[in-house]
Design a protein. Structure first.
Length: 163
């Protein structure tokens, strides 16, 4: 089922998400709904809070869509990379964000199995962006002070109710 995307500045996006204690049918359904929602909006990543579910569940669009439950970054490369990224909760806003080039994460898959997953480049960037969402951290928090000043007007436009 396609879900509504929560947009900035909803306070939900600032809340910390809860660990999933047991992967149930409901968790699986949430993951599938998130994949459907992400694909419908042509997004490449989505986190629970963005659909109003404060649960540590993210979906990532790689060669195929993947669901990660309770994802945790185990290792990250020292090397960083600054690239433009967007967020479904900020339509039309693209910011250059510095992220670790590679990460290794640990998570549960939708079957409740523990998995380790290594990613470099764009997939690593998506994982860092989505895991941030689970802690209420948004990509605008990761930009520098000067870029934040520059985006102030853009943010105002986003916040303006549609006429
Ligand atoms: Zn996002």
């Amino acid at each position: 089922m396609n879900k509504e995307i929560i947009k900035y500045p909803s306070p939900v996006l600032r809340k910390k998400s809860q660990e999933v204690e047991k992967v149930t049918e409901e968790t699986k359904r949430l993951g599938w709904d998130m994949i459907e929602t992400m694909e419908e909006r042509k997004g490449i990543g989505l986190a629970g809070p963005q659909v109003g579910e404060l649960k540590r569940v993210i979906t990532v669009q790689l060669e195929k869509p993947l669901i990660f439950i309770n994802p945790k970054i185990l290792k990250k490369t020292k090397e960083t990379e600054a690239r433009e990224e967007g967020c479904l909760s900020f339509p039309g806003l693209f910011l250059k964000i510095k992220r670790h080039k590679g990460v290794e994460i640990e998570a549960l898959n939708e079957k409740g199995e523990k998995i380790n997953f290594e990613a470099v480049g764009l997939p690593a960037r998506i994982l860092q962006h989505e895991i941030d969402h689970l802690d209420g951290i948004l990509f605008i928090d990761r930009t520098g002070f000067w870029q934040r000043l520059k985006i102030r007007n853009k943010l105002r436009q986003i916040l303006k109710p549609p006429s």
